[in-house]
Design a protein around this ligand. Structure first.
Ligand code: PMT
Length: 246
């Protein structure tokens, strides 16, 4: 039985997509609905874990009995994860973190026809300069390494001092070369497990009720799971995390 197999554990699940502001009314984002992450959170709750859900903006009800931290941007998600991580047993990053953000967010709505107040003229075209966001999982791997590539903290957030071994699980959303990209991410982000979904399938990935995943393990093993409801995928993931806990 799975009943209670996460009792006494603190787990952090990230869910949804981040939104990177262009101006007060527009953002750069992605198609994540949050369903995969919210199912991971409720499944862990049902198995007895203390669940911390770090969520981007989604249209889902807050799961009962889960500690919800709402964020909008990748930088906010990073800060929340780093603040919450010190005494966690598991981190599962199912959030679709925006890889880029606008270099500057305008403080006022950008007008299609220029701004009458400032005299700024619209030219009918508009471009947004994007800069890279930090990669939360890769940065965490580097900082836990303590090696030469341990990065400077962003936003004054210190490198986390973990109280216990943290099991780290990532996702990969790929449209092509799924296996190669997934293995590369597992390696680069030094994960215990990586769940790869083929987002080019209509029954899998962003927004769907079901998901078709491959699970890659740190020892090189790969499992090909059938299409399942995201509730079932969540249960399958926790089934594989539990044995990794000391
Ligand atoms: O929310 P749903 O509609 O249910 O859809 C679920 C999902 C498709 C969003 C989910 O299953 C999924 O695949 N989430 C990860 C999507 C993603 O951003 O993948 P990635 O290949 O870009 O990132 C790889 C891993 O690194 C992910 O665990 C991601 O959370 C993490 N990452 C990515 C970028 C970044 N700047 N920091 C990160 O930590």
């Amino acid at each position: 039985g799975r009943q209670g197999d996460l009792s006494g554990r603190r787990v952090i699940v990230t869910a949804g997509g981040t939104q990177e502001p262009i101006d007060p009314v527009r953002y750069v984002g992605n198609r994540s609905s949050g369903k995969m992450g919210y199912n991971l959170a409720t499944e862990a709750r049902d198995r007895g874990a203390h669940v911390i859900l770090v969520s981007g903006p989604v249209a889902l009800p807050t799961p009962y009995g889960v500690e919800l931290h709402q964020v909008e941007t990748a930088m906010q998600m990073r800060d929340a994860v780093y603040n919450l991580i010190t005494d966690a047993d598991v981190l599962i990053m199912s959030a679709a973190v925006a890889d880029f953000r606008p270099a500057h967010a305008a403080t006022q709505k950008i007008k299609k026809t220029g701004n009458e107040v400032t005299g700024q003229h619209g030219k009918g075209e508009f471009s947004v300069h994007l800069v890279p966001n930090p990669d939360i999982l890769a940065e965490l791997a580097a900082s836990l390494d303590g090696g030469d590539h341990a990065r400077e903290p962003h936003n004054g957030i210190p490198v986390p001092q973990l109280k216990r071994r943290l099991i780290r699980v990532g996702f990969a959303a790929e449209t092509e070369h799924l296996i190669e990209h997934a293995r590369a991410k597992l390696q680069k982000k030094q994960l215990d497990m990586l769940v790869a979904n083929d987002v080019s399938r209509s029954d899998s990935g962003f927004g769907t009720e079901t998901n078709k995943v491959l699970i890659f393990h740190a020892n090189g093993a790969m499992e090909d799971l059938p299409v399942m409801p995201k509730t079932g995928v969540a249960a399958a993931i926790w089934d594989r995390v539990v044995p990794l806990l000391g």
